[in-house]
Design a protein. Structure first.
Length: 242
């Protein structure tokens, strides 16, 4: 039987800064498996539990907990220790009855504790859409999901779907428009929460830009770097609970 291509380990010095791991004591760390999030924008489940949340001490201990059906991602049990966890994913650890969500921050991604009533709720950004037939659009979301919706509901790319986990039932559509509440998911101001004050349409040489007001100042950002989280208030908690 042939060997699968690609290495499953990564030099710690080459890992993303937001992994928050020690880089000098050990040489290698596990890589994220192929999955719904890009490897540069995701955290392997083992690293999340052991190094960031510090719920375990060793790889072996972490692997045992994951293999015992103790961990759910977006409402589904995951047994791959290297499963890639990314933006807005909901992580449940049954043994300690803890629920976390990965949210954008200055560190790129940070896990926060969320209340029980949000364990089945997720926000997903629409990154692409295409027509399947005259009656149906297929929408591609930032976490690899696709949803098919009647073409009578024409949702612009850049909007956000509020979905129920794990059924993927669409609960609400939040369009990107003036006065929408957004969070920056990239760029030097990532993690910043603000309000859209103006939308500057794209041209041949310039992408769609948004005028966003946050912390009593207005900045111009690429619409690809924002995610709508509500119309006036956020649909979910993205700042954590004690």
């Amino acid at each position: 039987m042939g060997k699968k291509s690609g290495s499953k380990i990564l030099k710690r010095t080459m890992s993303p800064n937001f992994w928050q791991i020690e880089r000098k004591n050990k040489r290698f760390v596990t890589k994220p498996s192929s999955g719904p999030h890009p490897s540069k924008l995701s955290i392997p489940l083992t690293v999340l539990l052991r190094d960031i949340l510090k719920l375990t001490k060793t790889y072996s201990e972490t692997k045992i907990i994951i293999g015992a059906d103790q961990v759910k991602i977006d409402g589904r049990i995951r047994k791959d220790p290297n499963y890639p966890v990314g933006l807005m994913d909901v992580i449940e650890i049954a043994k300690i009855d803890a629920i976390y969500r990965l949210v954008p921050s200055k560190k790129t991604l940070t896990p926060i504790s969320i209340p029980d009533n949000e364990r089945n709720t997720k926000l997903c950004k629409v990154i692409n859409k295409k027509s399947i037939d005259k009656d149906t659009f297929q929408y591609s979301l930032h976490d690899g999901r696709t949803l098919k919706i009647s073409s009578s509901t024409n949702v612009p790319v850049g909007s956000t779907f509020k979905i129920e986990l794990p059924s993927q039932k669409l609960e609400k559509i939040i369009e990107l428009k003036t006065d929408s509440l957004i969070v920056l998911i990239g760029g030097q101001n990532k993690g910043l929460i603000g309000t859209v004050k103006g939308i500057n349409e794209s041209s041949f040489s310039r992408p769609e830009m948004l005028d966003v007001t946050a912390n009593n100042k207005t900045i111009e950002v690429n619409s690809d770097l924002v995610m709508v989280i509500g119309e006036k208030t956020s649909e979910i908690n993205i700042q954590g609970t004690e």
